[in-house]
Design a protein around this ligand. Sequence first.
Ligand SMILES: Cc1ncc(COP(=O)(O)O)c(C=O)c1O
Length: 429
Amino acid sequence: MNEILIKKIRAKFPRVDSDAMGRKRIFFDAGAGTQVLESSVKAMADVSLNYAANIGPNYPESAKCDEIIIEGRGAIADFLNAEAPETIVSAESATNLLGRLGYTIGKYTTKKNNVVSTYMEHLGNASPWFEMERRGYVKEAKWVGLNDDTTLNMDDLKSKVDKNTKVVSCAYTANLFGTKNPLKEIGKIAHDVGAYFVVDAVHHAPHGPIDVKELDCDFLIFSMYKVFTPKYICFMYGKMEHIENLFPYSVERNVTVLPDKWELGSIDPAKFAATIATMDYFVWLSEQIKDQYKGKYDNYTGRARSLKIALAAIKEYEKSLSTAMLKGFDDVPGLPDIPGVDFYGIKDLNRLDERDPTFAFKIADRDEKEVENLLVKKYGIDLRYVFDSWNMAHNFWNIPTMGRASLVHYNTVDEVHRFLKAVEEVAKK
Ligand SMILES: Cc1ncc(COP(=O)(O)O)c(C=O)c1O
């Protein structure tokens, strides 16, 4: 992805350069929700205005709503390489889906008495397992620790998973410091003892291709507002056998309808239209770079292949952002090496495949509110600094707050440069 393409991409995100008040800014808060595509918002507005009917009856407006929802599930099935659109469940938030999944699994496999999750989780993927423990569905929720380089302690994981484990659940990527997990290895450990393997892909979803078949996960959850789309639509993939056989709380007439038995109440076709428009954006992006991917991703066809190519290109481009952030420039060191900065995460440039461009840091001995004010107000860098990321790592390290710079592919190396200069100046004071 070259500079011209990045300019074209940025033009599709009206608020990426300046906010609605006209204030110039650098937006490094993607982990809390990315900037949104104009096309996605327009598609949502169009359906909200022109197709305000509910699904079910046979009049054209309502039939169109049905069509949009089916098409939206198909688009997400392609995005994840899921076996069928019926394996794609929607809700308004990942927290909602994870919570309900916890209850659903909790009622099952009752002879098994523990769940295993990690100190890398957002609380959205920790609370369901604490809750299983509180409600007595399991005797124990166990938490896997981190190594010094912020990777998961796999020995600890292996020692905690046993034949009584119901669920092994972990993040694809830590939302605070960007470290990825070795999912295939973790999935195998889970399946060897007959446990469900659940992946929280909320933080990772905008950063690279996801293939649920390759991961062999039982469930994978993500939120569209972290993927350039308006809020209040998220998706869960579940293996067909689980979507069919498990018993979530269901509304009476939907008890056997797939995947509707997993959804509660009316769902919003406008949010599915927004989702389709975002997937169309990725298809557009793949068209711009497809020559570089000749002979690659040939095991996918049609839209599924285009989506894999777009996300693969995004992943490659984001490595240039991570390199800039970690290595720095002639006139400023990388974030880990700025004097006065404490850095948390993988910093080895040879290990960029193990991280997404999300960087946790702290300026030592400085008033946090003052630092945040300087970064936001003086330098126009919109990020979180006095920040409790709701991540279990805060408990593990006993550090209640950290700064986080969370980037995606509409960001630029020049923005990273300006950010590093600002952090260096602030850290000097
Ligand atoms: C890794 C991770 N999991 C879960 C969530 C919760 O997602 P939602 O806001 O859709 O409930 C977040 C939100 O930041 C997250 O980063």
